[in-house]
Structure formats: C-alpha cells, structure tokens
Design a protein around this ligand. Sequence first.
Ligand code: MG
Length: 161
Amino acid sequence: MASELRIGQGFDVHRFQHGRKLLLGGVEIPYHQGLTGHSDADVLLHALMNALLGAIGEGDIGIHFPDSDPRYKNISSVKLMQTVTRVMRRRGFKLVNADVTVLAQQPKLSPHYQAIRTSVARALKVVESKINIKAATTERLGWIGQSKGIAATAVVLLRRS
Ligand code: MG
C-alpha cells in the first residue's frame, strides 16, 4: 500500500496574566507576564497538538485532556505533547513537517525561534529540520495588538506507511 498523507491544522488562544510564566514550545520566554489557563497555557504547543490530533482524526486536546480534570491542572504541555506523539505513533503516523505561527505583539519572539525549535523537536522526537517556528504581530490592531494575549496556529503533514 502506498503511504497515506494526512494534513492537520490547529489554533489556540490564551490571555495574559501577571504572576504566570510565559511558556512557548516548552521554552520559558522572559516577559513581565505569562499566559493563563488550566495547564501551563503553552499556546504554541496547544495549537500544534490540535493540528496533530486533527491530522489523525482524533478531535482536539479538549477531548483528550479536559480542563475539568484536576490531573491536568498546571500540567506541562510538553508532557501532553509526548502523549499526543505516542497516540500518533501507535496509529503508524510520522511527522513530515510542522509549521507554526505565533501571533503576538509582544514580546519579540525571533530571538527565541531556535530554542523553541529545538524544544518542540525534542518533545516530538523528530529532527529540527521538520519544525518551523515563526511569529507575526498584528500591527497593534485588535486584542493581540493590544497585548491582551497570544494566539498560535499550526499546520502539520503526517505520513502513514
Ligand atoms: Mg489552550
């Protein structure tokens, strides 16, 4: 049988809150506030997990890790990503590539691209060349532009052989 290709896309948003760490792709980014959420609110990994689950037809992270479940309170999203990776592999899928865009007015993320890429590749157990991390501002427009929170989108391609 020829290999089967599957595409997935993911999106997530978290709002800023003082007194929280800012985690993106498992990397702590120096900033005066972090993102709020039931887990560690790693918006980048959440978008990426939603893309992976979408590609294999497994719903979204809300189904797999419900925020009503105290087990997931403040949990590291890297741990959740490792679970998603296991589900994916059990189904026989391998990542071809992942492309992630973080939408944030602040902080400036380009100095952190490489660290995030390394961290995400490690969580997914793939080589770094399969991961692309980038960011955009919204030119100060809307809630992202007013630095009320961060959004992330991800597109993935998987292959099952
Ligand atoms: Mg989320």
